[in-house]
Ligand binder design. Sequence first.
Ligand code: ZN
Length: 402
Amino acid sequence: MDNSQFQLKNLNRRLVLNYIRKNRLATKAGLAAVTGLTFMAIQKIIAELESLELVRKDLPQTGGVGRNAITYRVNEKYGYSVGIHINSFRTTVALLDLNGSIVQRVYLEMEHLPPSQERFVADLVDAVEHVVEASAIERSKVLGVGIGVPGPVDSKEGLVLMPPNLKLLHYLPLKRILEQQLQLPVCVQKDTNAIALGEYWHGLGSRYDNLVYLDLDAGIGGGLVIDGKLHEGSEGGVAGEFGHMIMDVEGPLCNCGNRGCLEAIGSGLAILRAFSQELAGHPEHKLYLKRNSLGLQDVLEAAAASDLLVLHLLNKSAFYTGIAVRNLINLFNPQIIILGGILIKGYPRFFEIVKDVADSRKMKGSREQVILVSEPSDEMGIVGAGEIVADHFFEDVALRQR
Ligand SMILES: [Zn+2]
């Protein structure tokens, strides 16, 4: 076989494998129809994937008329990944199978941050060893460790840069240190990229190829999947830094050094800051005395109690987020935009406002049909972190020259 034949074979194998992964179940006839390959070609690829034990026959579907076609699915027990989702409140470490199902998980509470980077890394290593041991699978089946950490991140070097809310981790070379200590491959991504991957393979985006994830939390970030691939941009890229879209050139100063970024206007921390300032002029307010030590939870509780000062700030944030979503739709025309994070979870009106604002600014004559949904679950951070490993693994398998 010459090189171009090899490449074609690899490409076909990747097509088949990705289709089975994404759709969970597939028949040979179905695969032939969606890939455009012949039934014979599909048969050969499936036989090969079965002999590698990467794909297995599923239990026959019942209820249909006549003989049921055999369906295939990924052999989820072929290997496992460790997913780590680092967050300033709580870090989760989990063992996942190749379907993204969580087998074991432990939490590291972050309120009392360990005193040093060494201690934090040691805690992570212990947690990884613990989830592997507790699951009673062979360590040789662990394919690697995927980590989602607050950005910015140098994903190539696996280096945490300067997450504003997690000073302990500044310039921590997570990949290098953990690879030494665990003797496993380690991949590091910014948390919102991991969530976007989780949504793409196993979440609300699992039926689509192009998606945007927008995270509305203490900060504002996002992730972008284009044609089934995480879009990281060029070297040192800032792709997906949706929080730093400039919404008002004369707006408030942002952590990034610019003025009027979406994050400076509408993030949880921006709302918190503005709320404290407004409270200073309202000594009758019940949170007046607490105004310099408020947390995001206080903001959301005040919203639930219909506090007008807070509602105004949250609604303003949702309005600007709606404008940002409109810009994202016009830039990327994704099939789906998923909104997540504490502002979405904690204030139900937020999503409605974003949707109304984004819809009302549709381009004249546009036929776009972008689906806008909210993700109330916290699970995708950890599922997506594991998926970083699974994604690399399947890519390697598909391209391996046999
Ligand atoms: Zn900014």
